[in-house]
Design a protein around this ligand. Structure first.
Ligand SMILES: Cc1ncc(COP(=O)(O)O)c(C=O)c1O
Length: 348
């Protein structure tokens, strides 16, 4: 049977033998009473890695972001995010549903907020008839921008704006590990500018479930309460946290392999004149490409028929994500399959 190469997302990974063993052997207790030793260890370990006073294990990246927004703002407050951010695009309008928050999605051409595009949308303090701008969110790496990295320097400039205007900074760091590994910097260099952070364990790090949020002790105390309100208080969840702990201890440096695979994939696709791609824009594990053809075809379906699974990307492009369950050879095979099929279609 032909092998299916699944490049839809880095969330499709299955836990490795070693990770499953860690889960099997995990000591557990009731986490709602804070008595699960594995969860407690994960939270302490994550807080230290992220350079924050405390951390909290949550079920998903969305849950993490939404708890952070809920704690950081109150109904009627406004949250600045970029128009392609996950919080605006893919979280079901939850800031409105769960927290009465209004999002202010800033139009950016490349997904990056800067002082130039943020300052004009901050509401004047004296305007009693406008919402209060309260939270500034940054997504790093940026999913819909093709896994691109906000540099520490770019974040620093935003922090100056946030301090000046009394805004809380939240990092949607679902893939902050990728940003840190690729930039060869400690993850704390990125997170230090943020009041609150969400970081995922179930993407490139390969855990089956879970994210962590981190911030001050006071913030996490409140977040613990909100997690319960959002239905995220769970019991012997150490069995799952063990996978996240294993992921944090073992799977961060290997993200560099995913980035290399993504670059190789992009470079191969770039050799095909019918494929639109700029390999220089591939900074981490996400690749976006377009296909030119005379007919308007569903290329995602066509490539799936050839055994390569992909998803729609931004602005009509196709998205591929490399991860720990695809090998360097898989990625080269996938690029060849795509390229051959595109040539075949265009030669008709
Ligand atoms: C940037 C970003 N933030 C948040 C999330 C949400 O994570 P989850 O699917 O665990 O809720 C994702 C998921 O893909 C993401 O890419």
């Amino acid at each position: 049977m032909k092998k299916v190469i699944d490049l839809r997302s880095d969330t499709v990974t299955k836990p490795s033998e070693a990770m499953r063993k860690a889960m099997y052997e995990a000591e557990v207790g009731d986490d709602v009473f804070k008595e699960d030793p594995t969860v407690n260890e994960l939270e302490d370990y994550a807080a230290e890695l992220l350079g924050k006073e405390a951390a909290l294990f949550v079920m998903s990246g969305v849950m993490g972001n939404q708890i952070c927004l809920h704690v950081n703002g109150k109904p009627g407050d406004e949250v600045i995010c970029d128009i392609n951010s996950h919080i605006f695009y893919y979280e079901n309008g939850s800031p409105a549903i769960l927290s009465g928050l209004q999002l202010f999605p800033v139009y950016t051409t490349n997904g990056f907020l800067t002082p130039e595009n943020v300052i004009p949308v901050i509401r004047p303090i004296e305007a009693y008839y406008m919402p209060r701008t309260k939270i500034l969110t940054v997504e790093n790496t940026h999913n819909r921008a093709g896994g691109r990295i906000y540099s520490v320097e770019a974040i620093k400039l935003l922090k100056e704006v946030a301090v000046k205007h009394n805004l809380t900074m939240h990092l949607d760091g679902a893939r902050i590990w990728n940003a840190a590994v690729e930039s060869n910097r400690d993850v704390r260099e990125f997170t230090s500018y943020f009041d609150t952070v969400t970081a995922c364990l179930s993407k490139g790090l390969g855990a089956p479930v879970g994210s962590v949020i981190a911030g001050s002790k006071e913030f996490i105390k409140e977040a613990f309460r909100v997690r319960k309100s959002f239905g995220g208080g769970t019991r012997q969840i150490g069995i799952v946290a063990a996978a996240g702990l294993y992921a944090l201890k073992n799977n961060i440096p290997r993200l560099a392999e995913d980035h290399k695979n993504a670059r190789n994939f992009a470079n191969l696709l770039a050799q095909n004149k019918f494929i639109e791609i700029n390999p220089l824009e591939v900074e981490t594990n996400i690749v976006m490409f377009g296909v030119n053809s005379r007919e308007n075809l569903d290329f995602i379906k066509i490539f799936a028929g050839e055994g390569v699974r992909l998803l729609p990307g931004t602005n009509g492009k196709i998205r591929a994500i490399t991860h720990m369950d695809v090998t360097p050879d898989d990625v080269l095979t996938a690029a060849k399959i795509i390229s051959d099929k595109v040539n075949e279609i265009n030669s008709k």
